[in-house]
Design a protein around this ligand. Structure first.
Ligand code: TLP
Length: 343
């Protein structure tokens, strides 16, 4: 199968499995797992933060950050295409009593600065208190686009002026840094907390990391424990994440090139319109034309018969994601089959 549904589908490489087998471990709730500690310090170093905490998933990482920053009844400003808003089961509202204040994500993934300024509540007995702004980089549902360092700094400045915190869902922050040709720490410098995933383009089987100031991460450790995310001999999974950070970062470049090749190949295919014909990271989004004589489900089924898995993000919106297990030959094969099916 050529699995383009997501970069979450990668399996550990043989080298990664070797490293997992040899990993020294201890009880991480007692902070005694040397591999987890090594992963956390490497993560904090890469993103230029004081401290970091290993956590089972991106969803739990974002939730732990939100619950640590906010009190019940606080408001958080975020985009209508944010993963936290769309795809995290309403956890912040359900478990933290945190009210989302949704702004439209622009085509380029940003929230308009004027919209953010207007969304911040002024002090009034009727109002919830605004506490946090959350950005996403890369912004998955806006074509996997990267938000620039300048933009992030401008949002951080608004947060600072109003005494708010800024959280970054950086599930794919290393993809963003590569697309912008920047040190990732430059992108994360302005934010108070950032979560990134090891289990996506980096190819580790499990895990995410939340980074921030020492005091914030200390409090987030209690939140993680409350959520049931305190792990014991977690070095066996942290080892894979550490290996990925040390060995797979340069490979993201190939994923980005393959996504561009795929978009170029699909440009000539009838019945679909690419959201961005020159994608900057590892995602290719397209819409199926209304007049296409094939429903989304039928297309998905036909592609599956030919050994290709794709993801639908909307009625007619398709996402194809390149990753560690997608080769140049796979891209050629996918383009060939799309041409065969759609013309
Ligand atoms: N995203 C998954 C699905 O949940 C949609 C994917 O296939 O892209 N932030 C962002 C920006 C994400 O894209 C994801 C996963 C998460 C957070 C959550 O990470 P996990 O799956 O580890 O909870």
């Amino acid at each position: 199968m050529i699995d383009l549904r997501s970069d979450t589908v990668t399996k550990p490489t043989p080298e990664m499995r070797e490293v997992i087998a040899r990993a020294p471990v201890g009880d991480d709730v007692y902070r005694e797992d040397p591999t987890v500690i090594a992963l956390e310090s490497e993560s904090a170093r890469l993103l230029g933060k004081e401290a970091a905490m290993f956590i089972p998933s991106g969803t739990m990482g974002n939730l732990a950050a939100l619950l640590t920053h906010c009190q019940r009844g606080n408001e958080i400003i975020l985009g209508d295409k944010a993963h936290i808003f769309l795809n995290e089961v309403g956890g912040a509202a359900a478990l933290g009593g945190i009210q989302p204040h949704i702004l439209p994500n622009q085509q380029d993934g940003t929230l308009a600065l004027e919209d953010i300024r207007e969304a911040v509540r002024f002090d009034d007995i009727h109002h919830p208190r605004t506490r946090l702004i959350a950005l996403e980089n890369t912004q998955n549902m806006c074509g996997g686009v990267a938000l620039t360092a300048d933009y992030t700094r401008e949002v951080a400045e608004i947060a600072r002026q109003h005494g708010l915190k800024l959280h970054l869902d950086g599930a794919r922050i290393f993809n963003a840094a590569l697309a912008l040709d920047l040190d990732p720490a430059v992108l994360t410098g302005p934010v108070d907390s950032v979560m990134f995933c090891l289990s996506k383009g980096l190819g580790a089987p499990v895990g995410s990391v939340l980074c921030g100031k020492e005091d914030f991460i200390g409090r987030a450790r209690r939140t993680r424990k409350m959520l049931g995310g305190g792990m014991r001999q977690a070095g066996v999974i942290a080892a894979a994440g550490l290996y990925a950070l040390q060995n797979h970062l340069p490979l993201l470049k190939e994923d980005h090139r393959r996504a561009r090749d795929l978009a170029r190949g699909l440009e000539g295919v009838s019945g679909l319109s690419l959201v961005d014909p020159d994608p900057s990271t590892n995602m290719v989004y397209f819409n199926l034309d209304q007049e296409l004589d094939l429903s989304a489900d039928q297309l998905k089924g036909k592609l599956k018969e030919q050994g290709i898995l794709i993801g639908f993000e909307g009625e007619r919106l398709v996402r194809l994601v390149t990753h560690l297990w997608i080769s140049d030959e796979d891209i050629q094969e996918v383009v060939r089959i799309f041409k065969e099916l759609l013309g």
